[in-house]
Design a binder for this molecule. Structure first.
Ligand code: ATP
Length: 300
C-alpha cells in the first residue's frame, strides 16, 4: 500500500516540556485518518512538524514521499493545510485572501470551485475578515485548504467554532474530497466526529500514541454516563446487581449515576428490575474516556 505519511519515533521538546515522546504512525493513500487526543496531547505539534513549521529533535517524517525539512515547498504546494489557529489579514475581503492563497500556489485555481465551496458553507466572499465571526473565519480556512483539490489534506480541528449544521457541511465536503481521491489526516478531540469520518484512528496522549484502531473499536472502549432517577429512594446495597456492569455514584437517595463501558444491553436489562422515574444517557468527552482508561498511566 502506498504510504502518504510516514512518521517514525518523532520527538519534540519545548524546553523542558516533552511534547512528543516518540510518535510513530503511517497513513495510507486514500485513508481518512483521525488523530485524536485531549488538549495538550501533541496533535498540533505533530502536524506542525509534518509541514516543517517547527523542527523535531528526533525521528523521521515523510509526507507524500518528501522529507519536509528538505523539501518544505513541495510539501506545502501539494498539501491542503488548515491550521488550528488561522491568522488572516483583517483588512482583506474573503475573496482577496483566497486569491492570495491561490497566488502562493501558482495561480492554477478554477474560481468556480471557490464559489461552489463558499456557497455550500454559506460563506460571503465580499466581507472583510475583521468583520467576521470566529466560525465564519474557520470557513475561510476550510475553503483555502480544499479549493485547489490537494492530494493530501492535513486539518487541525477542522470543525472548531462551527455550528452543527456547518460541521455537517464540512464533513460532507471532506467525504467528497476523499471520494475524489484525497487522503485526509485530521486532528480532533470530538469522538463522534472521528467515528463518523475516519477509517482509521490514532489516539495520542501526553506525546505518546496510546491506541491505533479502526473506529468501530472505539465503541467498545467508549464510556457512557447513565443517570437514573428511581421512583423511590434506593439504598446503595440493593444496587449490587448493577455493579458488575458499571461504576455507581450516588447523587441523592433516589438518584444515581452509572458509568457503563461498551454496549449497554446487560446494564439496561439489569436496571429494568427497578422502578425508574427517569433516565439520561450522556457520552462523556474523549478526555473523560481518557481519564477513565489511562488515568493510572496504563490501559485498563
Ligand atoms: P489542543 O487540542 O489543546 O490544541 P494539542 O494536542 O494540539 O492540544 P500541542 O499544541 O501539540 O497539543 O501541545 C503539546 C504540548 O506542548 C502541550 O503541553 C503544550 O503546552 C506544549 N506546547 C505547545 N506549543 C508550545 C510552545 N510553543 N512552547 C512551549 N510549549 C508548547
Amino acid at each position: 500500500m502506498n504510504k502518504i505519511i510516514e512518521i517514525e519515533n518523532l520527538t519534540k521538546n519545548y524546553g523542558k516540556v516533552k511534547a512528543l515522546k516518540g510518535v510513530t504512525l503511517d497513513v495510507n493513500q486514500g485513508e481518512v485518518f483521525g488523530f485524536l487526543g485531549p488538549n495538550g496531547a501533541g496533535k498540533t505539534t505533530t502536524i506542525r512538524c509534518m509541514l516543517d513549521m517547527i523542527r523535531p529533535q528526533g525521528g523521521s517524517i515523510r509526507v507524500l514521499g518528501y522529507d519536509p525539512q528538505k523539501d518544505p515547498v513541495a510539501v506545502r504546494a501539494k498539501v491542503g493545510y488548515l491550521p488550528g489557529e488561522l491568522n488572516l489579514e483583517g483588512n482583506l475581503k474573503v475573496s482577496q485572501v483566497l486569491h492570495y492563497f491561490n497566488d502562493l500556489r501558482g495561480n492554477q485555481l478554477d474560481w468556480g470551485r471557490v464559489k461552489a465551496l463558499a456557497a455550500q458553507l454559506e460563506l460571503d466572499l465580499n466581507v472583510a475578515i475583521k468583520n467576521m465571526s470566529k466560525g465564519n473565519k474557520q470557513k475561510v480556512g476550510v475553503v483555502q485548504a480544499l479549493m485547489h483539490r490537494p492530494e493530501l489534506l492535513i486539518l487541525d480541528e477542522p470543525t472548531s467554532g462551527l455550528d452543527p449544521l456547518m460541521q455537517h457541511q464540512v464533513y460532507r465536503l471532506l467525504k467528497e474530497a476523499n471520494r475524489e481521491g484525497a487522503t485526509i489526516f485530521f486532528s480532533s478531540h470530538i469522538i463522534k466526529e472521528v467515528e463518523g469520518l475516519a477509517n482509521r484512528i490514532a489516539i495520542i496522549r501526553d506525546g505518546v500514541i496510546v491506541e491505533e484502531a479502526d473506529p468501530s473499536q472505539l465503541m467498545t472502549m467508549e464510556m457512557r454516563r447513565i443517570r437514573v432517577r428511581f421512583i423511590d429512594a434506593v439504598p446503595e446495597e440493593s444496587l449490587a446487581p448493577l455493579a458488575q456492569f458499571s461504576k455507581v455514584h450516588r447523587e441523592r437517595q433516589d438518584m444515581y449515576s452509572f458509568q457503563v463501558k461498551g454496549e449497554v444491553d446487560g446494564f439496561i436489562k439489569a436496571l429494568a428490575a427497578y422502578p425508574i422515574a427517569d433516565l439520561d444517557v450522556e457520552r462523556p468527552s474523549l478526555e473523560e474516556v481518557f481519564l477513565t482508561y489511562y488515568a493510572a498511566g496504563g490501559k485498563e
